[in-house]
Design a protein around this ligand. Sequence first.
Ligand code: GLC
Length: 497
Amino acid sequence: MTNTPANEYVQSIIKGFEIDSDLLKKLTSKYIESMDNGLSHSSGGKSHLPMIPTFITKLPNGTEKTDILACDLGGTSFRCLYIKLKGNSKFTTEMKKWEIPSDYLAEEGADLPENAFFDYLANKIVSFVQYHNSNDENKDLLSTKKNFNLGFTFSYPVEQTALNAGNLIRWTKGFEIKSVVGKDIVELLQKSIDNKLNSVDPEKYPFTISCVALCNDTTGTLLSGAYTSTYDSQDIVDPIMSIICGTGFNIAYMEDLASCTKLTEEQVSTIKTKDVTEMCINTESGSFDNELSVLPVTQYDKIVDEESTNPGYHLFEKRISGMFLGEILRLVIVDLIQKEFLLEPKPSKKQYTHKFSLKTEVLSHVEIDDSKDLKQTELYLIESLGLRTTTEQRHYLQQITRAISRRSAYLVSVAISAIIIKSGRLDPKSSKYKYHQELEVCCDGSVVQYYPGYKSMIRHGLSLGSLGHEGERRVHISMALDGSGLGAGLAALTASK
Ligand code: GLC
């Protein structure tokens, strides 16, 4: 590349996204400290990770055999599932999915009353169960109303107080319904379900539905990974953590109960009666270093945060997840246009000025474009932003894209390294250490699943950082099977044990 002002500026942008080995190690130490503090402090606050106890104290082993009902609220859709566990790590599902109407999302839904959204969800759940129940061959044999235990995947930060109770700390991703913040999510859903079931002739619905488990998508992914990976497996043991890296980013893992010092005595005594030693923790990893004491900050990160629905929070996620990677690149492009290093599109083609108009999927095409003169990139930029570019400019944008995605994957590697180190899996003196044990990390989410080279970049970050090459080679990154759906069902199952 020639040493032009444009090239110099682009290289300075790329530098801003770089994370070297020292910084990886520093971030990992800070992450461990933040986990420790989170285990002893309440889940709100900025100075530590939320580390939310989930009240899931045992992972399934794949031999479970039963039918379960689950529902899953994702960033833009809602699903109901009827799952048949076959008892051999296999399962089948009957599923229905709805796109969430925009009335409930972002600013449009901000001032809705607390029941509005849950009434919408309850209608879907009841109609799904009714449909399922009407096809149930055994229904005529039942003299009393059949009860369906429901597991609910709700992938937002919740201060969980029991397996089936938890107050919303704040919305993340696309929702903003203010009246729901601070309220018990299960109570709201159960109230809406009961109202729906009782609103008509009692004969119409010959069943009841009890929401027995509230589950984050990462928790669900850990449960689903444990159910599906055990049976028949030769050398892979239970997953040690689960990661979601899609619209949002988060991690769950099993922690020693004795380390969860923020649990009240009463909570511990009820759990202890079941003879358990561990609990699954929803780390709410997206909230790491909200104080920005170690995390690198570019001018683009600042804008992404300011324009988000939760400024000042989930700053780690805003550097990692699919919801934000496209927006970071769009803001770089806006900057390059303002500096006149890129040509401003015609007034009729101003998509580039629209927030969140550049999808992370476009970055995944730019990332691996090896066509002559980056023709593919050219087409994607015209189509998504109305931006016309020269070959040289496209090379700049490809380098920047790669810097943004590499930073994202390296930051994920920080969280993985921290959890592995904290849990003593690589320390021969720890009881968790097992000779030659592979450390399975099960994942779900569009970025980790589809972004080209993402898993390799995570591995690179692992070996460059605190795990070093020896630690990195033990890590096995696998994809989970429908963590949020199957996982919610498995969580409901733990309630009935
Ligand atoms: C956001 C949510 C978290 C969820 C993650 C992945 O970070 O706060 O609860 O697990 O997205 O969907």
